[in-house]
Ligand binder design. Sequence first.
Ligand SMILES: [Fe+2]
Ligand SMILES: [Fe+2]
Length: 195
Amino acid sequence: MKGSEKTMNNPSVGTVRNLHEGDSRLRLDEAALDAAKRSLEKGAVTPSYGPWREDIIALLNGALATEIVCTLRYKRHYFTAKGVASPAIANEFLVHANEETAHADQIAERIVQLGGEPDFAPSTLLERSRADYDDSADLQAMIRANLIAERVAIEAYGQMIALIGDKDSTTRRMLEQILSQEQEHADELSDWLTD
Ligand SMILES: [Fe+2]
Ligand SMILES: [Fe+2]
């Protein structure tokens, strides 16, 4: 059996083999390179994604639901807080809403690149989201709800980045960029919290 066939037929071969214990040399996995020339229907997904592709797609779909709920919450706050105590804060809610939408778009695009289906189903959105929706009428309550959601997002992205590690560097880089923006959001919100 040729190396490439072995790779394709053996589900346990899912990672680049020069990383295996006992092999201290830095060499590319020739069988995985051969396999990359086949299965063209998989697009950008090559053998080094191994068995983690589906788990990564599931994690990303959780993040997608979270970003959509965050967009909805910030939009609600923007429109209802406008003209109340602080128009500047309301405008910043809109900036955050647009940034959460951009995160959702990046995540959905990556899910498709990985051969998955981005889940936009509205009926299950809230239960799949890590962050809560909020329809507080009071500006400070809005700020508090948003800060809680941002802190949950920061924790979730930190965990995802650690879980993905070197298994998918493109997704990890994307999540790191999103995480740094969520940290900026939380930082701003905590400056506005007065009680
Ligand atoms: Fe976000
Ligand atoms: Fe955010």
